[in-house]
Design a protein around this ligand. Structure first.
Ligand code: SF4
Length: 231
């Protein structure tokens, strides 16, 4: 199916219907990657509640917040379904820590990219191996870069479709959904954290700051992506 055909097919459907439809287009070759952020929890709820045949995967970088592991565990307990974990290559992590110590990412952008590559991009590449569609919880208003994306895209480099079901949702809509459906969420969202990644690289944001300002806050750059969603 072409990108245009797929877009037309998804137009006007509810989120559940979109997920069901897209899962039927890529049987066994579709994955949703969750980092247990509040948007991701909406999608996890819908996939598990409606038994939609989409693998839910997560990347455990080894540097996550205890609060993130708690919502991971709460999610397993609530839905009693599997979330597939992808971990970094242990030899690469051992080499990085042996040669550069545990906080190399604070010292240069290159070091930060190196750490993100080992701990995030490597496991993500394994998660996406053989997949034809990748779902994520990105919303358009999360950053300037993200608003330039489209709800359904074709990634030539990875040779797969990318679908963002919550692309047009506001943060308030996400919050309401979580509350109304009693979905477990990361308690850090109540403490000023909006985009939650690794513990040493994430801080709460202040009023008026950009959605991604709390990620790699020591770096003076506008593009706060980590290599996962770059083309
Ligand atoms: Fe490493 Fe920080 Fe990137 Fe996590 S966010 S992989 S700790 S540099």
């Amino acid at each position: 199916m072409s990108l245009t055909e797929l877009k037309n097919d998804l137009a006007g459907r509810s989120i559940e219907d979109c997920l069901i439809k897209i899962a039927s287009c890529f049987p066994g070759k579709i994955i949703f990657t969750s980092s247990f952020g509040i948007e991701d929890q909406v999608l996890t709820h819908l996939i598990f509640k409606h038994n939609i045949p989409i693998v839910i995967g997560t990347i455990d970088t080894g540097r996550l917040f205890p609060e993130t592991y708690k919502v991971f565990n709460d999610t397993l307990k609530k839905y009693q379904k599997e979330i597939k974990v992808y971990f970094p290559d242990h030899e690469s992590v051992e080499k990085l820590l042996t040669e550069k110590g545990p906080f190399s990412f604070y010292y240069s952008k290159e070091n930060r990219f190196e750490c993100c590559h080992i701990r995030k991009v490597g496991p993500l590449n394994r998660a996406l191996e053989g997949k034809k569609c990748w779902i994520s919880g990105i919303r358009a208003d999360q950053s300037e870069n993200r608003s330039e994306m489209e709800q359904l895209e074709y990634d030539e480099r990875r040779d797969l479709y990318k679908f963002y079901p919550l692309f047009n949702w506001s943060f308030e809509e996400v919050r309401s959904f979580i509350t109304e459906n009693y979905v477990p969420y990361n308690i850090l969202h109540d403490r000023g954290y909006v985009s939650i990644g690794c513990e040493p690289c994430t801080r709460a944001i202040r009023e008026g700051e950009d959605f991604r300002a709390g990620r790699w806050w020591w770096e003076n750059r506008n593009d706060k992506e980590c290599g996962l969603h770059v083309k």
